[in-house]
Structure formats: structure tokens, C-alpha cells
Design a protein around this ligand. Structure first.
Ligand code: ATP
Length: 272
């Protein structure tokens, strides 16, 4: 295992989010043990791992769904333990899940403002400010470089990639400092994955700290500044971009020495 001190900032001051040797147990199941992750403004920190590696558990801790059992969780230098997702949002941490919480039949603009709709008028005349929502959605999507045909179309008619992009633009608009993306490209083809990664880079360039969860080292390497590899709940590696090539990241992700051992065993089995 090659692990280096990846907590030093590449840019800016205190990390937006810092997990230091964090552990989480479900009863006697070890979901995470001694995992560290640093997220700086204007950077993408990638968390790579196979099924069961602990990626979802890590997201749940950062998103305020679960409390960690050991280690330290800091937000902008301040030790914390989030008690619920609202808490995380209030601290500027927005999480975009793979199965996006959208209402498919409602227009894009309605979904963009879901739960935070602006109103106009007062008392009995209070009503949703539809024009503002439409206009703002169009403007904000354009600002991120997303040119949707029509913000009035039901969000369910958009492609998976487009929906991820709308969710990213939404988080940026509502002032997120940290954007956590749960395998945003997992269900997408090559072209759509590329589009989503472009908006991940746009969020980074807008100054957000991005946590990109993925099992695809190629996608991670296209945008990542830091890489944390998880294996069965533990850290299998932690690298800065300049310390690791894509080939090596892919090898480590694919199981590295475990895979080599397996291929030797297969050779032996064939010879018998
Ligand atoms: P996947 O990509 O398959 O979703 P993951 O990397 O997100 O995997 P986690 O879901 O975080 O991994 O799971 C890590 C470990 O913790 C697994 O062994 C899993 O079975 C276990 N685990 C997760 N949630 C719970 C729970 N609520 N109760 C008990 N064990 C759990």
C-alpha cells in the first residue's frame, strides 16, 4: 500500500471537509475503519472502491445520515458530528444521490426549486413565483453551460446524465460549498458520463469542493485531484494526482496484487 500525507492543501486554507481516521460499525460489522479524506475548495476528491468497500457509509457520514463511531470529522477546521441531513445542508454540504429525488412528471424548473420554492404576494394572495423559478432555472443551467431545450418539460423526459447535471446546478445555486456525488456516472454510457464529468469540473471551477464517489478509475482520473481507495472498509491507498498515473490507479482499483495472485492460481489450475 502506498499512502502519503494528502491532507496538505493544494489550494486555499482549512479543508472544507476533513475526515481523520474515521470508523463506523453496524453492530459488529466493520463498515469503515480508520478512513481519512480531505476536501478542499476548488478540488475534486475521489473515493474509489468496489461493492461493499464502504463508499455509501462514507457518504452517509458526510451527508449527516449516520454519525461516525471513532475518528474526527471536521468542517472548515471545526470538529463536528452531524445529526441529520438538514444539518449537513445548513453547513453547505449537498449530496446528489444516484437515484435522484425528483418528481418525474413535474417540470425541470419545479424540480430545481423543490422544497425551496420562492413565493410572491402576501397573506391570501401568496403564491408560487413561477416566472422567477422558470427564469432562474434557465439562467442557472446556462451558467453551468447546460443548454436544455425547455425548462418546462417534465424532468422525467431528460436523460440520466442531464438529470445529474440539473442536480449539480441546483446545488451550486443553493450555495453548496461541498458537493458529494454518489456514483454519478454508474448508470451512464460513455458520452453521457463525459457530460456529467464536465459539470463536475464546472462545479470545481466555481470553487466548490467535490467528493466524487465512483468505482471507475478512468472517470476519477479525468477530474480528480486526490484519490482515496477503499477496500472492505479500510484505506487501501491515498494519493495526490501528481503521485499516481492512471495505470497504477486502475491496477490498485482492480485488486492489484490480489489480481496477480489470482492469475498465477489460474495458470496453475490450467497446467494441472
Ligand atoms: P456498494 O457499492 O455495493 O453500495 P459500498 O462501498 O457503498 O458498496 P457500504 O454500503 O458502505 O459499501 O457497505 C460497507 C459494509 O457495511 C458492507 O459490508 C455492508 O454489508 C455493511 N453495511 C452497510 N450498511 C449496513 C447496515 N445498515 N447494517 C449492517 N451492515 C451494513
Amino acid at each position: 500500500m502506498t499512502t502519503s500525507d494528502t491532507s496538505a492543501p493544494l489550494v486555499g486554507p482549512a479543508p472544507l471537509v476533513e475526515l481523520d481516521s474515521v470508523s463506523k460499525y453496524y453492530g459488529n460489522i466493520r463498515a469503515l475503519e480508520g478512513v481519512s479524506l480531505t476536501v478542499h475548495a476548488g478540488e475534486v476528491s475521489c473515493v474509489l472502491g468496489d461493492n461493499g468497500a464502504g463508499k455509501s457509509t462514507l457518504i452517509k457520514i458526510i451527508a449527516g445520515l449516520h454519525r461516525h463511531d471513532a475518528g474526527t470529522f471536521r468542517i472548515e477546521g471545526e470538529e463536528t458530528s452531524l445529526s441529520n441531513p438538514r444539518d449537513a445542508l445548513d453547513r453547505g454540504i449537498a449530496t446528489v444521490y444516484q437515484d435522484l429525488a425528483v418528481v418525474p412528471l413535474m417540470p425541470v424548473w419545479r424540480n430545481f426549486f423543490l422544497g425551496s420554492e420562492p413565493t410572491k404576494g402576501a397573506g391570501p394572495f401568496k403564491r408560487l413565483d413561477v416566472d422567477r423559478m422558470r427564469r432562474t432555472t434557465r439562467e442557472e443551467l446556462l451558467r453551468m453551460g447546460i443548454d436544455l431545450r425547455d425548462v418546462d418539460q417534465p424532468i422525467g423526459t431528460l436523460s440520466g446524465g442531464e438529470r445529474q447535471c440539473v442536480a449539480i446546478a441546483r446545488a451550486v445555486y443553493f450555495g453548496a460549498k461541498v458537493l458529494v456525488l454518489d456514483e454519478p456516472t454508474a448508470a451512464l454510457g460513455v458520452k453521457q458520463s463525459g457530460v456529467v464529468l464536465k459539470y463536475v469540473a464546472a462545479a470545481r471551477d466555481a470553487g466548490l469542493g467535490v467528493v466524487l464517489i465512483t468505482h471507475n478509475p478512468h472517470h476519477a482520473y479525468l477530474v480528480g485531484d486526490r484519490f482515496v481507495l477503499l477496500k472492505r472498509g479500510t484505506m487501501a491507498g491515498s494519493h495526490l494526482r501528481e503521485e499516481i498515473e492512471l495505470d497504477e490507479l486502475t491496477r490498485q482499483m482492480a485488486g492489484g496484487s490480489e489480481l496477480e495472485e489470482l492469475s498465477h492460481e489460474m495458470e496453475r489450475a490450467e497446467r494441472k
